[in-house]
Design a protein around this ligand. Structure first.
Ligand code: TYD
Length: 209
C-alpha cells in the first residue's frame, strides 16, 4: 500500500442528495480500517469558514449572487491553506463535503453568474490543488425534496429556492462533470449502505494505487 500520498475526494450534489450521510459513513468505514481519514467541508472547515457560513445563512435574502460567491471563494482559500494542504502533506485521505464545483453549479449555473469567471477564481482559491476523485450523487428534485422535508428542518434552502433554480443546478453539474475524467457518478436512489460500499471501493482503489 502506498502511504506516501495523500488523496483528496470531494462530494458533490444538490441539497438532500445524501452527501453528508455518505461522508460520515465513509469516515466510519475508513476509521475501522485504521486509515488516516480527515472529514471536512465547504463552507465551514475552518474558523473563518464557520463564521462565513453563519453570515451566508443569516443574510441569504439580501446577499447578491456575486457577493455570495466571493464569500464561498474566501472560505475555499482559507480551507485549502489551513486544512487541505497540511492534510495532504500528512498523507491523509481527505473527504470534503463540497468543494469548488458547488460554486460552479450553484452560483454559476443556478444563479447565472459567469461560469468561466467562477472557474478562474476557483482555481486561484484552490492554489493548485485539485480533487483526485469527485463523487457526485445524482438525484432528482422530487426525491431530494421529500428527504429534506422529512428531516423537519425549519426553512430549508429548498423552500427558499425555486424549482427552476434546482433544475439549473442539476443541469450545471451534468455539464461540468461531462468534461471531467476524475468524476464518479453515484445514483442517489441507492440505499446509504450501497452508496457507502461503492464509494469506499473507489476510494480504496485510488489510495492503494
Ligand atoms: P450545507 O448545510 O452544508 O448544505 P449541504 O449539506 O447540502 O451541503 O450548506 C451549504 C449550502 O451552500 C448548500 O445549499 C450549497 C451551498 N453552496 C453554494 O451555493 N456554493 C458553494 O460554493 C458551496 C460550497 C456551497
Amino acid at each position: 500500500m502506498n502511504k506516501n500520498n495523500g488523496i483528496l475526494i470531494s462530494l458533490e450534489g444538490i441539497d438532500g442528495c445524501g452527501k453528508t450521510l455518505l461522508a460520515k459513513n465513509l469516515e466510519l468505514e475508513l476509521k475501522k480500517q485504521n486509515l488516516p481519514i480527515l472529514l471536512t467541508k465547504q463552507p465551514g472547515g475552518t474558523q473563518l469558514g464557520i463564521g462565513l457560513r453563519k453570515i451566508l445563512q443569516e443574510n441569504k435574502d439580501q446577499t447578491c449572487p456575486m457577493a455570495e460567491y466571493l464569500l464561498f471563494a474566501a472560505d475555499r482559500a482559507q480551507h485549502i491553506k489551513n486544512v487541505i494542504k497540511p492534510a495532504l502533506n500528512e498523507n491523509k485521505i481527505i473527504i470534503s463535503d463540497r468543494m469548488a464545483d458547488s460554486s460552479v453549479a450553484y452560483q454559476g449555473y443556478g444563479k447565472d453568474l459567469d461560469v468561466e469567471k467562477i472557474k478562474y477564481i476557483n482555481s486561484w482559491a484552490m492554489q493548485g490543488i485539485k480533487p483526485n476523485l469527485i463523487l457526485y450523487i445524482k438525484i432528482n428534485i422530487e426525491t431530494a425534496k421529500k428527504r429534506i422535508f422529512a428531516r423537519n428542518e425549519e426553512l430549508t434552502s429548498f423552500e427558499k429556492e425555486t424549482e427552476i433554480f434546482w433544475r439549473k443546478v442539476i443541469d450545471g453539474y451534468s455539464e461540468i462533470f461531462a468534461k471531467k475524467k476524475n468524476v464518479y457518478i453515484l445514483d442517489g436512489k441507492m440505499t446509504p449502505n450501497q452508496l457507502t460500499q461503492i464509494a469506499l471501493d473507489k476510494i480504496l482503489t485510488l489510495y492503494n494505487k
